[in-house]
Design a protein around this ligand. Sequence first.
Ligand SMILES: Nc1ncnc2c1ncn2[C@@H]1O[C@H](COP(=O)(O)OP(=O)(O)OP(=O)(O)O)[C@@H](O)[C@H]1O
Length: 698
Amino acid sequence: MNIGKLIRNSPVVLKKEQLLDKAVDLLIDHQQCAAPVVSGKKTIGVLLLAEALHRLRNKPDNKEQVVSDALFTDVTVLSPDDAIEDTVIGGLPFYPVSDSKGHYMGIVLVEDIYKDMKKIANRKNDVLQNAHNGILAVDAEGVIIVCNKSAGKHLGINPHEITGRKINEVFPTSRLTRVISTGKPESIQKIIVNGRSIVCNRTPIVYDGKVTGAVTVFQNVAELEAVSAELESVQRLYNELDTIVEAAHDGIMITNSDGIGLRVNRALCRLTGLEASYYLNQPIDKLYSDGVFKYESVTTKALREKRSVTAIQRINNGKEVLVTGTPIFSNNGELFRVVTNVRDIIELQKLKEERDRYIEKNSANGDVDDFIQQLRKGEIVAESTEMLKVLHVAVRVARAETTVLLLGESGVGKEVLAKIIHCSSNRPRRGKFIQINCGAIPESLLESELFGYESGAFTGAKKEGKPGLFEIADNGTLLLDEIGEMPQPLQVKLLRVLQEQEYYRIGGVKPIKLNVRIIAATNKDLKKLVKQGKFRKDLYYRLNVIPIEIPPLRHRKDDILPLSLHYLRNFNEKHQTNKTLDARTVAILESYHWPGNVRELMNILERTVILNSGDSIDPYIINNQLDQKGVKEITPIIVRSIIPLRKAQAIIERELLQKALTKNKTVRQAAKDLGISHSTLIRKAAQYNLKKENVITV
Ligand SMILES: Nc1ncnc2c1ncn2[C@@H]1O[C@H](COP(=O)(O)OP(=O)(O)OP(=O)(O)O)[C@@H](O)[C@H]1O
């Protein structure tokens, strides 16, 4: 704090040439015992009332005495920048203040200086008392002058009780008196006080070159140890991270938000053939401008676009690499690092081939492995957003290992999805995927199919007994298809198995642990069945943990063309044909309501491939296969772009004539089909240069 903030105006400011008796009158009128005196603008001293009166009384006849005759010049003139604490207070009630040129600015009352000093002292004491570290100070005689709250707590004493007492009386072994006598500090000393370990630093207090006391600052060792343990664990984490980055087979580079290289691992140097110093503390763009990378770096792109970017880059050493730059954001959402991963594509290819070889070699579970192959070859078609969403949920649910209920019309792909769930879990390598249609087997048989039986369990039972599907699917997945058809007594039994996670073979007494993932599927409205009392409510809730509904094919039109092309390819292969779909056929397929879903689409395509004689699948033949209730009237003409009407009429006319001439044995018959006269057909055929022999397929 500076003097400047305490400056105030003096009620009386005197000029040196002012008559002394007038100055005295002024002082008395304003009840002042002194006033600052100026010469021009400059402060030159103070006039004390007592001195002025003394002068006037000694020379009563001299009416010419002026202020400068009685001037007191041995006065401290303060500057506004002086520190309040450093001000030495004398006998005057105020001090004049002048600026750097000596010009008078005002006065500072000694009373104000005292008040301010007290405030500062209190504040310092607050700091001292609230410091986390213990602070204890003694004067040159070893008398305790300061002991803060924390010191009291650490030492187990009341600070008020020891302040003012000699340190060696309170702590006979204290070394503070020694610090006073040597004037040398003693740092980081470990002491035990009241059974607690404390670390302290002792320092002499020096004023004007003389030791005037000593202070000790101390801290609980347990706290320090906690901090150091934290530091150690951070260091350990850092080392672990360092080892991981270095051990990674992929090249790794980390840059800051300005794209400056912060660290790279050995693999990156190996891949690019450049030393670490090439990247560190350098802008990453340099790789591009120096021609190491052929295209802009993904790091720069990830920085700019604030998202993960992947690209294939060719390095100037000829290698092709797959590079992914991933931005890292701080807790408040600011991008502060980009981690870039570089992988050799040839190595990647080799790994993929190795993986495929591994899958082939380890294929023991035929059904599932066929399925994995199908997935890999893209034989399970899902291009619509609706189906992709379903697949996404299925794969996520697969890992959760819970019971799943698949809902959807017949033929939508519930069994396919159940297999996807099985394959995406960790079950396929340990257990099988087993499926049973609960609606297709009589009740008595269904029970023994599911639970198996012991020898002699009932008449007609095999002598050696038989394991049930729960046992066969052990460690695997059991799909209970058409669960809505399950007879009520078996519903009770299934519920018990699901709740108790164990079951008995029929006639068996030994409980068998259930380690099967149950997937139930139905095309029925189970809720409705529950309401009608045909399906147990408790079992419904037990199965309905995660329901997944597969939308009917008519609600995912984007799958129709890919599914059609996929199955057409399959059936062409199977029947040694080479049929294609034309635009009108696709339009029909896409507008049909597909009550039998994918299964119906498959069947119709196979039938058409067999029945259709031409190369392209005839829309009329397809149309005949479909349930006519769902067929919209087919337009034999598909308009794809706008052309002049006259030109379109000519094209269609020519095509129609040509088709009619090809189909019919005689021109007369063709004219009849077209609804025109024989002579008109001949004229128009000549106009379009058509002959009866021209065979052109649509
Ligand atoms: N997304 C798909 N990609 C390729 N083929 C599919 C797809 N979905 C279903 N299929 C095929 O459609 C046919 C019927 O599928 P699936 O048996 O899984 O249906 P579902 O819903 O279980 O039928 P249901 O209720 O009658 O048992 C199967 O031959 C299956 O391979």
